[in-house]
Design a protein around this ligand. Structure first.
Ligand code: C2E
Ligand code: CA
Ligand code: CA
Length: 401
């Protein structure tokens, strides 16, 4: 249900365009609408007690302060409402603007091409939700190194597991281990709030060892119950600084009784390494010991062709930014296909991450990508929930295969 009392601001340098929008909004039932012809005027409203808009229809092309500059001012003012971008620019340009605004953590409901239609406008405004739901992570807490160190020592880190399935049959072939912090006061804390802290404060080795130890133990338990799953674990490049790491992983396999080929080690180059010789040697030695290697987030950041050339990977994970929505976006489609072809030509298993809905699932399947992972299949879950999930998936997946 739309909330017709939502406070909307239309910002466009063309008074005629503003008139049109106000009319259209009134016809749709939205009456709490104000207008501005310049960014400066609009900024005066942001944060004011009564008039601060909850949704801004923002023209990207304005002569004085353009829409992108306006977005930066919104960020500086901690604007917590949403925006819809409106412009005459082509689709690629508009998508780039949406991306940029989202990178600034502004909630963007979508973009509209001029001339705006009532249907398009209604659809996007219908997506609006109150700010607390828009931005659950807006005031995310920053955790200190001491707190994290204690959490690692106290066993507050818990492994969740996200299923990976074969797209042709629906068979659950593996899981990815994703760590969570069960914080005694704050509840579940996600890794993007503490992996960085661990990396910059020398705690990542301890963290990874805790995660690996639990993952090997869990893998053994699953095997004993008849579940043969490949278990993936994320490594940080910082883990690959000392040869001790190889001994640790080899030792874990021996003590837990898990065969190395059941374990996949995922790496991304999260930061530039000055000297790649040691990580390269560590990964190559792990591969020699029959652990499997996966290149994560392929296509973005530093996961690059050079890594593919130099490291004997078994699996390539196509980053979710090329998967979700690719079926309706030419550019993403092309990039997805290139990643997939590259994987095939190099003889690597291809995994599509970020399969969020049926359209993504159909797309990935139809393009011939063997393995999929994402919210459409299942969210990461505690190990104890996995057997029941597999049971229910087995009864539903026949609908999708
Ligand atoms: P990642 O390795 O790329 O893991 C995938 C992330 O995408 C996970 O976020 C997962 O919950 C999320 N995801 C899964 N399906 C979907 C989907 O359909 N749509 C979208 N939008 N997202 C999906 P999570 O668990 O918050 O982990 C974030 C990142 O933290 C991971 O990204 C990984 O780089 C890092 N991380 C997690 N656990 C560990 C760990 O034990 N060690 C290290 N070094 N890094 C870890
Ligand atoms: Ca990963
Ligand atoms: Ca990934």
């Amino acid at each position: 249900m739309s909330d017709f009392t939502i406070k909307i601001l239309a910002l466009d340098d063309e008074p005629f365009m503003l008139k049109l929008l106000v009319h259209m909004l009134a016809d749709l039932g939205y009456t709490s609408v104000s207008t501005c012809v310049s960014g400066h005027a609009a900024l005066n409203l942001i944060g004011s007690a009564n008039d601060s808009p909850e949704l801004i229809l923002l023209d990207i092309n304005m002569p004085e302060m353009d829409g992108l500059e306006f977005v930066r001012h919104l960020v500086a003012r901690n604007y917590i409402g949403s925006i819809i971008l409106v412009s005459g620019e082509d689709e690629r340009m508009q998508q780039a603007a949406v991306k940029l605004a989202r990178a600034h953590k502004i909630s963007v409901l979508g973009h509209l091409h001029k001339p705006v239609t009532p249907e398009g406008l209604a659809e996007l405004i219908g997506k609006w939700t109150a700010p607390s739901q828009n931005q659950p992570k807006a005031d995310r807490k920053v955790y200190g190194a001491d707190e994290l160190r204690a959490a690692i020592a106290n066993g507050e880190l818990v492994n969740y597991y996200q299923p990976k399935v074969v797209t042709s049959t629906g068979r659950v072939m593996g899981v990815e281990t994703l760590v969570r912090w069960w914080h005694p006061q704050d509840g579940i804390v996600f890794p993007d709030q503490f992996i960085n802290v661990a990396e910059t404060h020398g705690l990542i080795d301890d963290l990874t060892r805790v995660v690996l130890t639990a993952a090997f133990a869990q893998s053994k338990l699953w095997q004993e119950s008849g579940l043969m799953l490949q278990v993936s674990v994320n490594l940080s490049m910082d883990n690959l600084a000392s040869m001790d790491f190889v001994d640790f992983v080899v030792g874990l396999a021996a003590s837990s009784g898990v065969q190395p080929q059941m374990m996949l080690l995922e790496v991304t180059e999260s930061q530039l390494m000055e000297d790649l010789r040691t990580p390269l040697e560590i990964l190559t030695r792990l591969r020699l010991k029959r652990f499997r290697l996966s290149i994560d987030d392929f296509g973005i950041g530093n996961s690059s062709l050079a890594q593919l050339r130099d490291i004997p990977f078994d699996e390539l994970k196509i980053d979710k930014s090329f998967v979700h929505g690719a079926c309706s976006n030419e550019k993403l489609w092309a990039m997805f296909d290139s990643c997939l072809n590259l994987a095939k030509q190099l003889g690597l298993e291809a995994v599509a991450e970020g399969v969020e809905n049926q359209a993504d699932w159909d797309f990935v399947r139809n393009r011939g990508c063997d393995i999929a992972q994402g919210y459409f299949i299942a969210k990461p879950m505690p190990a104890a929930d996995l057997p029941a999930w597999i049971q229910s998936w087995q009864t539903t997946c026949s609908r999708y295969t």
